[in-house]
Design a protein around this ligand. Structure first.
Ligand code: GDP
Length: 315
């Protein structure tokens, strides 16, 4: 019940393989053209111009694209890199450094009960991601419970129940329209007492009548968590759909105004050629991508890894 849940090397390798496999569309898009640039015999002035343009088109954002090219040029000069493959490796290192957040360990810390809030709009892949996250930690030996606290939509409760059954974790739910705070209160009690769970994942409303209502509701849910469990919620993860591109960024800004977001679950990485959105998320929101959805099945999910990601987009 009380212990550190470190990822094994096998699990790390699985995560890396899933990330890389899910990026085939992105690899064939603008990043594919970047890879082609580095198959030439030499680096010319045109290479730099093209690289800059392609990075912008790949969704890095103008400022970030310019910064990457400037840093790369400086590095090439300083380290006197002549071979095209060395420049390519240096580009990868620059891209990885854009994603270099402190390692994600907060869900591995020993606690009696770890509480994770999931926020995001309906349609982003929120329900599927909750089930995948539950399965991910269940596979790593943890007892997980889900709380169906998106009581605004009856369908949301049903879907969580169906997915809970599918991945073999218990769901605490009440009737549609119930007070989400009460659902969370019950779920925490059940996790601590009868269910003896180590991780509680809470689904929250993706949409209410107004942004103000949404903010109030999410605040209330947070307050219930904080009152019952020390330092809870330990993570608040926002689910974003990678296929919606810049729209995902504006959605994220909307949520960030309403609730403290500690990380992103980026879904449908397999369904987009614009995996470059990962860089824009980190740069524009300052929030790390922590997990990615890599397909529709419950196991199509991985903890985000910057090196695997960059290798995946540029191989
Ligand atoms: P919700 O309304 O936000 O709860 O969305 P759902 O979890 O029901 O997902 C909406 C759709 O997106 C479903 O058809 C899912 O199968 C699909 N989906 C979710 N995550 C992924 C993913 O990582 N990859 C792919 N290809 N589809 C996904």
């Amino acid at each position: 019940m009380f212990g550190l849940f470190r990822k094994s090397p096998e699990q790390q390798a699985q995560d890396e393989a899933k990330i890389q496999a899910s990026l085939s569309k992105t690899r064939q898009g603008f990043f594919g053209r970047i890879s082609t640039l580095f198959q030439a015999n030499e680096i010319t002035d045109d290479t730099w111009t093209e690289l800059e343009e392609l990075l912008i088109q790949a969704d890095l954002g103008v400022n970030t694209a310019l910064e990457v090219v400037e840093k790369l040029q400086a590095r090439v000069k300083k380290e006197n890199l002549k071979r095209v493959e060395d420049v390519r490796a240096a580009l990868k290192a620059e891209l990885v450094s854009l994603l270099a957040y402190p390692p994600f360990t907060s869900l591995e810390e020993p606690r009696m009960l770890t509480v994770v809030l999931i926020v995001g709009v309906n349609g982003s892949g929120k329900t599927t991601s909750i089930a995948k996250l539950a399965k991910y930690y269940k596979n790593r030996g943890r007892k997980v419970v889900l709380a169906a606290a998106d009581t605004f939509r009856a369908a949301a409760i049903d879907q969580i129940k169906i997915w809970g059954e599918r991945v073999g974790v218990e769901v605490v739910a009440q009737a549609p329209g119930a007070d989400p705070g009460a659902v969370v209160f019950d779920a925490i009690r059940a996790s601590q007492e009868s269910r003896k769970a180590e991780m509680l994942i809470v689904d929250t409303a993706g949409r209410l009548h107004t942004k103000y209502n949404l903010m109030k509701e999410l605040e209330k849910v947070r307050a219930v968590c904080a009152r019952q469990v020390h330092n809870a919620p330990h993570e608040t993860l926002l689910v974003l759909d990678a296929t919606t591109g810049q729209n995902a960024i504006s959605q994220a800004k909307h949520f960030k105004d309403s609730v403290q977001v500690s990380g992103i679950i980026l879904t449908k990485l397999d369904g987009t050629a614009k995996g470059g959105i990962v860089f824009a998320i980190e740069q524009e929101l300052g929030v790390p991508v922590r997990f990615v959805g890599t397909g529709e099945k419950p196991d199509d999910f991985a903890e985000f890894d910057p090196v695997a990601f960059v290798n995946g987009i540029l191989d």
